[in-house]
Design a protein around this ligand. Structure first.
Ligand SMILES: [Zn+2]
Length: 390
């Protein structure tokens, strides 16, 4: 059974083609071009058809911190409750046209993402394709909930698995990979300084050992880093992607470019947190400045929003901010499709509209390559050739 999708234009990898259609057969794209015929036709006049969007940084097990603080989510919400929430979050992201997410850690919800991914893959629930990081790894005492904020004899579950020393961090990498982590996520720095300053948390040796152990197991590594030193250590250790980078300098982004490490700016996270808690560290300004440094350095820039900090399904915020701060709408779309597919190692069958690629597609009213906010007007979402009920 073949379906022809007939939008006003087809957009893929930076190019718009007026009057093109796409024919889907089974779970794949059979053809893209003018005047295609099929057994069934879906009229999408006025719409642009794009590859399914990819968000390379989400937290399906979190919801916005102005609803419930991050500490309270980690300490008071049972894993079962958080999993139910994650099911609804996954559906929201898919319906917004995000057919693939890299979910970078359950933040205290253990290995629940392994089951979430399985349920989506088995078709039990609706959601994007997922790459997951399971518990993620932090240096002992560097993350949250912060011990100093609670009585010292408190049972204080942490937002990620703690490790100290080469032996422990290598062990954590191996255990998480064994449980099903597609990515190993490390927190390379955090607000662990005496006055809450962001400081590097893992030594260069620890980070290098973790990256090597992950790579031996065929797992790429994502590093959360906000300080320039955190970014530098992650780059020297050979990480595959670095997230946030608000304090990154031009030289460090150039080092990342040289070492073929991708950058995910998470502009939306800084903006969301500033919106509900204020911005004493000037993270919004810093994120915009570092984004400009990154662009000038030639580092590969993907699209990762940190959804969870703000509402799931609102993932397009990151593209809107990238387009508001220097990229064209077209470049932002390429980042969230072809570039992200390459970062996730699936560029051979996702991220573009091409014959033989998986039929993960989204149609939106208007032309998002000219006006990025058109992404909000979703007409159709298809994952693996199946239309999603909107
Ligand atoms: Zn995150």
């Amino acid at each position: 059974m073949s379906i022809v999708l007939r939008p006003s234009r087809v957009w893929s990898n930076g190019e718009s083609r007026e009057g093109w259609s796409v024919r889907v057969s089974g779970e794949r794209i059979e053809a893209a071009g003018p005047s295609l015929l099929g057994e069934e036709t879906v009229d999408l006049a006025g719409a642009t058809l794009l590859p399914g969007l990819i968000d390379a940084h989400s937290h399906l097990f979190l919801h916005p911190y102005d609803e419930v603080s991050w500490d309270d989510q980690v300490l008071k919400e049972p894993e079962s409750y958080r999993t139910v929430r994650a099911v609804t979050h996954a559906r929201a992201a898919l319906r917004a046209g995000f057919t693939y997410l890299r979910d970078l850690g359950t933040e205290g919800a253990g290995y629940a993402d392994v089951s979430l991914k399985r349920a989506i893959d088995e078709g039990l629930i609706e959601g994007p394709r997922l790459q997951i990081a399971t518990r993620a790894i932090v240096a002992t005492g560097s993350y949250g909930p912060a011990r100093a904020a609670y009585r010292p004899d408190c049972c204080l579950p942490q937002g990620a698995e703690e490790a100290s020393g080469v032996e422990e961090i290598v062990r954590a990498v191996r255990v998480q990979a064994a449980h099903g982590a597609d990515w190993i996520k490390l927190y390379g720095d955090y607000r662990a300084g005496p006055h809450g300053e962001t400081v590097p948390t893992f030594s260069q040796d620890e980070m290098k050992a973790a990256v090597d152990a992950a790579h031996d197991l065929g797992r790429p590594v994502s590093v959360h880093a906000g300080s320039d030193e955190g970014l530098r250590r992650a780059a020297l250790a050979g990480a595959d992607t670095i997230e946030h980078g608000y304090g990154g300098t031009r030289d460090t982004f150039a080092l990342m470019a040289e070492r073929n490490i991708a950058f995910l700016p998470t502009l939306a996270a800084a903006k969301a947190i500033a919106g509900y808690f204020g911005d004493p560290r000037n993270n919004v300004e810093r994120s915009v400045k570092s984004f400009a440094h990154a662009r000038a350095s030639g580092v590969v820039i993907g699209c990762g929003s940190d959804a969870g900090v703000f509402a799931h399904g609102d993932n397009a915020r990151e593209l809107e901010l990238m387009a508001a701060h220097g990229m064209s709408a077209n470049e932002a779309l390429v980042a969230a499709t072809r570039v992200n597919a390459a970062i996730l190692g699936v560029g051979h069958e996702l991220g573009e509209i091409r014959e033989g690629f998986l039929a993960d597609l989204v149609a939106v009213d208007g032309d998002p390559s000219a006006e990025i906010s058109a992404l909000r007007r979703v007409r159709l979402v298809m994952k693996g050739g199946k239309a999603v009920a909107l």
